[in-house]
Design a protein around this ligand. Sequence first.
Ligand code: HEM
Ligand SMILES: *[C@@H]1O[C@H](CO)[C@@H](O)[C@H](O)[C@H]1NC(C)=O
Ligand SMILES: *[C@@H]1O[C@H](CO)[C@@H](O)[C@H](O)[C@H]1NC(C)=O
Ligand SMILES: *[C@@H]1O[C@H](CO)[C@@H](O)[C@H](O)[C@H]1NC(C)=O
Ligand SMILES: *[C@@H]1O[C@H](CO)[C@@H](O)[C@H](O)[C@H]1NC(C)=O
Length: 345
Amino acid sequence: MPRSQLMTMFVFLIILPHIALVSSSSLRPGYYSERCPDAEIIVRDVMKRAFVREPRSVASVMRFQFHDCFVNGCDGSMLLDDTPTMLGEKLSLSNINSLRSYEVVDEIKEALEEKCPGVVSCADIIIMASRDAVALTGGPDWEVRLGRLDSLTASREDADNIMPSPRANATTLIDLFDRFNLSVKDLVALSGSHSIGEGRCFSIMFRLYNQSGTGKPDPAINPMFREELYNLCPLNVDQNVTGNLDATPTLFDNQYFKDLVAGRGFLNSDETLFTFPRTSKFVRLYSKDQDEFFRDFVEGMLKMGDLQSGRPGEIRRNCRVANSATVDHLVAEPQNRMESNHKSI
Ligand code: HEM
Ligand SMILES: *[C@@H]1O[C@H](CO)[C@@H](O)[C@H](O)[C@H]1NC(C)=O
Ligand SMILES: *[C@@H]1O[C@H](CO)[C@@H](O)[C@H](O)[C@H]1NC(C)=O
Ligand SMILES: *[C@@H]1O[C@H](CO)[C@@H](O)[C@H](O)[C@H]1NC(C)=O
Ligand SMILES: *[C@@H]1O[C@H](CO)[C@@H](O)[C@H](O)[C@H]1NC(C)=O
């Protein structure tokens, strides 16, 4: 048999099971029930403490699921710090000065490592913690599918290219979600995550002062709400100042959709869901029927949580650093080489 064929066989035998491991079909509820039976309780406990300490932090963690799963699948890539050889996602356009509460994930990981070291992935932590954020703020509770692996790397460029701008209109958002097989309904339901949390003046200056280059505010903003936003974000404001994404920012409810109907959406990407015909019917529906919103939201979170890259992965010891980054240091020391090779398999 030619050498190249042997090589192909080798690749199939060795690599294929690995890929199967990361395909979404292997994600399932109760994945940790044997090797870390308390995993979900531990995650929820830390999230509860975070909520008491700073209510907004659970919203900030919930946002991680979106920013993780859209960029090369739900693989914890957005948690990786930059290294001298890798520009990660933390400083990408949508994440810089915006994503926050990374320390809550660190705290969860530390608690899990203490109880069952090397078992629970950071990618799964994001999925469990996002669900908990919703449940702890009065939203639905649901069973999540687990068994993801953590990426070995991250890409600022991919995050820049994929994550949407707060200026985006509904058409752009529909197209983006469609690339991930997420429907118009999924888009609107998942945007309901803005029922909790805050956004910066930076994200709305254009719509307050120069929507689409007109030199005027977005006409879809309710005039009284516009005055409130002008007071929050005057032209010379520190653009890191934040406002609530809906009228009840620590309560996961359908207030967000009622606000959109009233022209009181914070972001352009929010209000556009009401002004565009293809999305407005869902906004109206959810503004009247919270149960329907909750059902569709859970469905959307499950679908988004199933996005996988199919790339090889690992269980990181520290969510901010790939394990191989530690191995790199050891390579200079031949004695440790065998041992570190073992660990990386
Ligand atoms: C549909 C497209 C979306 C766009 C354009 C968008 C954009 C934004 C922006 C601009 C902010 C405020 C950031 C800042 O000003 O620093 C924000 C906050 C937030 N986003 Fe989204 N988002 C979208 C979808 C989602 C999805 C699908 C989720 C989760 C399932 C999500 C969860 C959140 C949460 C919870 C916050 C508040 C975070 C905090 O208070 O720290 N977003 N989003
Ligand atoms: C939506 O935004 C895109 C990108 O900025 C733009 O090309 C398109 O014309 C906009 N669509 C509508 C209907 O305003
Ligand atoms: C979307 O669905 C198609 C057909 O089932 C599939 O081939 C494709 O990989 C899916 N895309 C994503 C991003 O999941
Ligand atoms: C508004 O935006 C347009 C186009 O982006 C730009 O040419 C103009 O200078 C802006 N006006 C102000 C007052 O910033
Ligand atoms: C927000 O604060 C960060 C530092 O915390 C600063 O680097 C950044 O320029 C500020 N952003 C804006 C829009 O003012």
